[in-house]
Design a binder for this molecule. Structure first.
Ligand SMILES: *Cc1c(COP(=O)(O)O)cnc(C)c1O
Length: 246
């Protein structure tokens, strides 16, 4: 059985290799460590190993671990000095119900899964009351599977424009998920479509230079995502699952 730090090193190594194969710099990539299946102790260990971007897909779980992790980090910094451990920021990566928006925005620095006008409006109005201006990503359904969340490909540019007009949102990028398949061509096609839409949105005049994140790539497909220009990877099971990787 491997340890968390070994698995994390493997992932970091593979990210570095995939970057060098594509002529990219590892500094362009943010690893968002997805903690939805992790225990509290595992999350603390990951933070101690320098994982300072954490992703959750359920507000309930986020609430239950957020405060404890924060307390752990602050105690450690008080006892051993500020340099010993960084303070993590949290990313909401999963489907966000509108009735959970209020609690989510107090806890996260970025929401990756904004995919409808109504959700954008809900976040914008909740944030204006709290004087917050979180970074949000537009989630686009690039795999075009009907059951998936995300704005339809054909609606993405217009929706991005609408988000940009909302004063309490900062639209800083786009998120997508590839289909769950072993067929690499399908994954390549999906990420390449995502890259095109990302560049199209980024080229529009409504969209400022803040638009720079392309969040795609999970445990199964992050090396392919890097080839297609991903800047944020969302990786969970490759780091927390004790099952051997394929
Ligand atoms: C769970 C999840 C991930 C991470 O998936 P793994 O296969 O465990 O790496 C990434 N993004 C979203 C939206 C998720 O829900």
């Amino acid at each position: 059985m491997s340890s968390l730090s070994e698995r994390l090193n493997i992932v970091r190594g593979r990210i570095a290799e995939a970057c060098s194969r594509s002529g990219r710099c590892v500094d362009e990539i943010t690893l968002v460590v997805v903690t939805k299946t992790a225990t509290l102790d595992e999350i603390k260990e990951a933070v101690g190993l320098g994982c300072l971007d954490l992703g959750e897909n359920r507000v309930q779980h986020l609430k239950s671990v957020h405060e404890e992790v924060e307390r752990y980090v602050l105690d450690k910094r008080t006892e051993e000095g500020e340099g010993v451990i960084g303070r993590p920021s949290w990313h909401m990566i999963g489907h966000l119900q509108r009735n959970k928006v209020k609690s989510a925005i107090k806890l996260v620095s970025m929401i990756h899964s904004v995919d409808t006008l109504r959700l954008g409006e809900e976040i914008n109005s909740a944030c204006s009351k709290l004087d917050l201006r979180p970074e949000v990503l537009i989630q686009v359904n690039c795999s075009q599977e009907p059951q998936k969340y995300g704005a339809p490909v054909g609606a993405a540019v217009h929706l991005a424009e609408q988000f940009c007009s909302m004063p309490n949102l900062r639209l800083t990028g786009m998120m997508t998920m590839a289909p769950l398949t072993k067929d690499k061509k399908v994954v390549h096609d999906c990420f390449s479509r995502a890259r095109e839409i990302f560049e199209e949105i980024g080229s529009k005049s409504f969209c400022g230079s803040e638009f720079r994140h392309l969040s795609m790539g999970m445990s199964q497909d992050y090396e392919i995502a890097i080839e297609h220009g991903a800047t944020m990877l969302r990786i969970g099971s490759a780091i927390f699952s004790k099952l051997p990787a394929e």
